[in-house]
Design a protein around this ligand. Structure first.
Ligand code: MN9
Length: 309
């Protein structure tokens, strides 16, 4: 299988919901057009951001289809299929391949913890075999799965055992480990950064692609970080990254993904709230969040292409 390489900003998409909690797929095309226009170069669907774990299997299939259709081949679409049932995950992977998704990705089972790297490799081999012709990215996110197994060793062993293993979505803060994953076997694997507030550090470490939730609301800002870093203007890149750090700190005054969906609503997209257990922000919390974002200038710099801001 050819090596795949994800480049630039990949938005971890939200799953739009109606007020009654059902899927609102009619919002997907408008959101996709906006993301592509703001310079996003791929979409990661049904991950943590898209509440994949809070959706039924049929809903996950419908959401995957909606994004593949809306993107219409213009950017790579990655479908996240992780599940505590590996059989179900494997069927979701097969579905993603059938509908023409470019890549499949998955978290490990997390209710019963995976005890060692060899078992993690077996789990992912079973899952990835559902979509044998589609490159597979393991989704490493210890803060949510609880799995702190050594991902360098996972790539070492998985590379031999999983024919379609292409790389990792690395959502942790250990830049040294991320670097080792990138450098393993002369850069055999595509290792994609997943912690938006540390994008600059990841770029300095060799990241080419990044998957994240805040690229939905501020892609132009992050593109400017990438450009400033590429131009050698590290002071400017650091100034812009600091805006992102402050933005994420502000969002974290509230439950994060419900707050993100509220910001997307402020930006004109029908997103609704999150499913339980995350829920949605109250109207008064939305007002507080809007004021806090206004006070840090978010509405000026989040969508701005201008170097003056
Ligand atoms: O994986 C996202 N992580 C979670 C991606 O949702 C837990 C990130 O994009 C974060 O939302 C972002 C803000 O902390 O870095």
């Amino acid at each position: 299988m050819e090596t795949t390489r994800l480049n630039g900003l990949i938005a971890a998409t939200y799953t739009p919901l109606y007020d009654n909690g059902s899927l609102n797929l009619s919002s997907v095309p408008q959101t996709v057009e906006h993301l592509l226009a703001s310079g996003v170069s791929g979409l990661y669907v049904c991950g943590s951001t898209g509440e994949g774990m809070s959706l039924s299997g049929d809903e996950r299939r419908s959401v995957a289809e909606a994004y593949v259709t809306a993107a219409a081949g213009r950017v790579p679409i990655i479908i996240q299929v992780g599940h505590n049932s590996l059989a179900e995950a494997s069927q979701l992977a097969a579905h993603a391949q059938e509908i023409g998704a470019d890549l499949v990705s998955a978290t490990c089972p997390s209710y019963f913890k995976v005890s060692d790297v060899a078992t993690l490799v077996e789990c992912m081999a079973k899952l990835a075999s559902g979509a044998p012709d589609t490159p597979f990215y393991y989704y490493h996110i210890p803060v949510l799965t609880g799995s702190t197994l050594d991902v360098v060793e996972f790539l070492n062993q998985g590379g031999d055992r999983i024919p379609n293993l292409a790389g990792l979505k690395y959502t942790d803060t250990k830049l040294h480990e991320f670097q080792q994953c990138l450098e393993l076997d002369d850069g055999r694997f595509d290792v994609v950064w997943g912690c938006d507030e540390m994008l600059l550090g990841a770029l300095a470490t060799g990241a080419r692609g990044a998957i994240g939730s805040t690229y939905n609301i501020a892609a132009p800002l992050y593109r400017r970080i990438i450009t400033a870093f590429a131009d050698g203007d590290v002071d400017e890149a650091r100034r812009l990254q600091s805006l992102s750090v402050n933005m994420i700190r502000t969002l974290n005054h509230f439950p994060f993904h419900p707050a993100m969906k509220a910001v997307l609503e402020m930006q004109g997209f029908n997103m609704g709230g999150c499913r339980l257990p995350q829920g949605r922000l109250s109207d008064s919390d939305v007002d507080v969040l809007r004021n806090e974002l206004q006070s840090i200038g978010f509405f000026e710099w989040s969508q701005s292409e201008s170097t003056a801001i």
